[in-house]
Design a protein around this ligand. Structure first.
Ligand SMILES: Cc1cc2nc3c(=O)[nH]c(=O)nc-3n(C[C@H](O)[C@H](O)[C@H](O)COP(=O)(O)OP(=O)(O)OC[C@H]3O[C@@H](n4cnc5c(N)ncnc54)[C@H](O)[C@@H]3O)c2cc1C
Length: 387
């Protein structure tokens, strides 16, 4: 088998898969290396949120491309029902002192020309009667929505393959090698060597270890995020819900189940089984409790499944998207910090433009890796907005 390509992409998540698809559409020969199954990382484990709200200005460009230009017609493009819907979302507060944060979030959105409106608890329950009396207010974002993560990621895979993308699964990249000063080869655990003009690292949380093989240090936090899904429920509402402190988000899916996720705010603790992240008994019950508190009608709902995934989080919660100046030919596309599923389709287009040399659809100057050096220490930066 010929092991050369124009572009090697490491990782078959939504970022790697969408990039492979858009590059193949441009006629490039693309090879995707995936250490496990297709979409095995965060792209198949996430909470399905596709939101344009709550983005810092630097990330808003990619979010705008993804959410306004690509998601609305993606099902037709991929010939798969991605279950993308844009019914709008409520960012909620449960304490009066959280209302100021809602107003800040709303103001930022309006500045970015996103429709947004702060409403009180009574108005929220008028629009969505299922919400608990405990919720004191919300911001309404009509452009937000959700999609099916697995179907979307597999959609890119299937269409990419039709266009000639070669996927090699069960092939773990362990080293990137330079030839004559440029990134050129990818060595795998099985001892295979693949070669290309461009190498894209889209390996989610595990990108850090790969970048280190060519001396590039990306400060990632080792964090797990979790979701659960209920038995199908009678149709209640289509909105996406989230809470201002990040402890809760979710929506009702097309087949009736509710999917919920959120931070636990408990100690940072990672539990793994055979290298895979997994939930803990207390974190699952935390999410179940939140679901019943926010939507009391779900009090008796049975949980059918729960899961965990690595959160691809950098220390400033912004991605690293850049052709690395010290290693020409090597492109970093990782660190989406818990909000990369929604950006994935936009990332595919952007990475294709980076490879072909076309004008970029979004400004990526804020995502260079050397921002972590600029302050001379790895203390967390404060440019990520607190909603
Ligand atoms: C529980 C949870 C909930 C989330 N909720 C949301 C949400 O609601 N909305 C949102 O926008 N985002 C959400 N996210 C974040 C989002 O899922 C990620 O930002 C996004 O999926 C990242 O996509 P990716 O393609 O960069 O990485 P991944 O999907 O992680 O893909 C990386 C791939 O690389 C492979 N890989 C790793 N190392 C190697 C190697 N050495 N060689 C070969 N292959 C390798 C992995 O197996 C994996 O398949 C959530 C994440 C989690 C964990």
């Amino acid at each position: 088998m010929n092991n050369t390509a124009d572009v090697i992409i490491i990782g078959s998540g939504i970022v790697g898969g969408s990039a492979a698809y858009y590059m193949a559409k441009k006629g490039l020969k693309v090879l995707v290396l995936e250490k496990d199954m297709i979409g095995h990382g965060a792209s198949s484990r996430n909470g399905a949120g596709v939101r344009i709200s709550g983005r810092v200005d630097s990330e808003f460009g990619i979010a705008r491309v993804a959410i306004r230009e690509i998601w609305p017609t993606l099902s037709e493009e991929l010939e798969v029902d991605t279950e993308y819907e844009k019914p709008g979302s409520f960012l909620m507060a449960v304490k009066e002192e959280q209302m100021a944060a809602l107003h800040r979030s709303c103001e930022r959105a309006l500045k970015q020309e996103i429709e947004a409106e702060v409403i009180d608890g009574d108005e929220l329950r008028r629009r969505c009667p299922y919400i608990s009396e405990k919720v004191v207010g919300a911001v309404w974002y009509p452009e937000d929505g959700f999609a099916n993560p697995m179907k979307t990621t597999l959609g890119y895979y299937k269409q990419g393959r039709k266009l000639g993308v070669r996927y090699v699964t069960g092939e773990e990249a362990v080293e990137i090698r330079k030839c004559r000063g440029r990134a050129r080869q990818v060595v795998t655990a099985a001892g295979n060597i693949y070669e290309a003009d461009k190498i894209i690292v889209a390996a989610g949380f595990e990108s850090r270890a790969l970048m280190k093989t060519v001396g590039i240090h990306l400060p990632f936090l080792e964090r797990i995020d979790e979701c659960l899904i209920t038995e199908p429920q009678p149709p209640m509402f289509r909105y996406r819900l989230s809470c201002v402190d990040g402890n809760f988000y979710g929506h009702q899916t097309q087949h009736g189940s509710f999917i919920f996720g959120g931070n636990t705010n408990m100690e940072r603790y990672e539990d793994t089984y055979a290298g895979q992240p997994r939930n803990t008994a207390s974190s699952v019950s935390d999410k179940a409790r939140n679901a019943a508190l926010f939507v009391p009608a779900l009090r008796g709902a049975k949980i059918v499944r729960y899961w965990a995934g690595w959160l691809d989080s950098t220390i400033d919660r912004l991605p690293v998207i850049q052709e690395i100046p010290e290693v020409p030919g090597l492109i970093s596309a990782c660190g989406f910090s818990g909000h990369g599923f929604a950006l994935g389709p936009g990332m595919g287009r952007l990475l294709t433009e980076m490879v072909t040399g076309e004008p970029l659809c979004a400004d990526i100057s804020a995502f260079q890796y050397d921002r972590f050096h600029a302050e001379g220490c790895f203390g967390p930066r404060t440019n990520y907005p607190k909603v």
